[in-house]
Design a binder for this molecule. Structure first.
Ligand SMILES: O=P(O)(O)OC[C@H]1O[C@H](OP(=O)(O)OP(=O)(O)O)[C@H](O)[C@@H]1O
Ligand SMILES: O=c1cc[nH]c(=O)[nH]1
Ligand SMILES: [Mg+2]
Length: 208
């Protein structure tokens, strides 16, 4: 898997705005959702379509529609919820599979605390969403869980990815495609991405 760093001008502009130290909660939320939509547009480019004929105002017309069962969106709590509305803008009928995992601040290891997954995961594309891919522990644990429940087609959408997290994801799940608005420089000693966004969950939820 080679990560896709989406280089559309709107994505570049919006991720730049998201980095401002004095950004408001409202602006951060709005931009995270908008970037969620733009990454979804890229990540769904290869969805298979099928021909159908429907009745239009002028008679029967051939159309294309997306094949197969509805996509499931998988926000990783909490911060993944900040991208969810944007993803739903483009996939309004998607099923939602919620995964609760936080990263222990000392060990940086993922700690799972909740999940409620859509049915028939073996027949759906799963789009995992989380703004930050740092060590990769949270995303890898989420994908482990999805695979244990039958998922076979999985893509991950993150706003910012660290090279360390990308390498860990490639090692653990080479079949999972990654879409990101930015590949940043590195992690600091506390496991935060540089230059990064700071704590995305706190910024989205206004908890700092
Ligand atoms: O790649 P990793 O090293 O696992 O780090 C990334 C994870 O850390 C953040 O969540 P956090 O644990 O802060 O939880 P929150 O969403 O509740 O803020 C972020 O939203 C990712 O889920
Ligand atoms: O930089 C980081 C790393 C993990 N979680 C965040 O919210 N930000
Ligand atoms: Mg957090």
């Amino acid at each position: 898997m080679t990560p896709t760093e989406v280089n559309h001008p709107l994505v570049k502009h919006k991720i730049g705005l998201l980095r401002a130290a004095d950004i408001s909660t409202k602006q951060f939320r709005q931009l995270a959702a908008e970037l969620g939509s733009l990454l979804t547009y890229e990540a769904t480019r290869d969805l298979a379509t099928e021909q159908a004929t429907i009745e239009s105002w002028s008679g029967p017309v051939a159309i294309e529609q997306i094949q197969g069962k509805k996509v499931t969106i998988v926000p990783i709590l909490r911060a993944g919820l900040g991208m969810l509305d944007g993803v739903l803008e483009l996939l309004p009928s998607a099923r939602i599979s919620v995964v609760g995992i936080y990263r222990d601040e000392q060990t940086l290891k993922p700690v799972p605390y909740f999940h409620k997954l859509a049915a028939d995961l073996d027949q759906r594309l799963a789009l995992v969403v989380d703004p930050m891919l740092a060590t990769g522990g949270s995303l890898i644990a989420s994908i482990n869980l999805l695979k244990q429940h039958g998922a076979t087609r999985i893509k991950a959408l993150v706003l910012v990815a660290a090279p360390e997290g990308i390498a860990a994801l490639q090692q653990a799940h080479p079949d999972v495609e990654l879409y990101t608005a930015a590949i940043d420089r590195c992690l600091n000693e506390q496991g935060y991405i540089l230059p990064g966004l700071g704590d995305a969950g706190d910024k989205l939820f206004g908890t700092k």
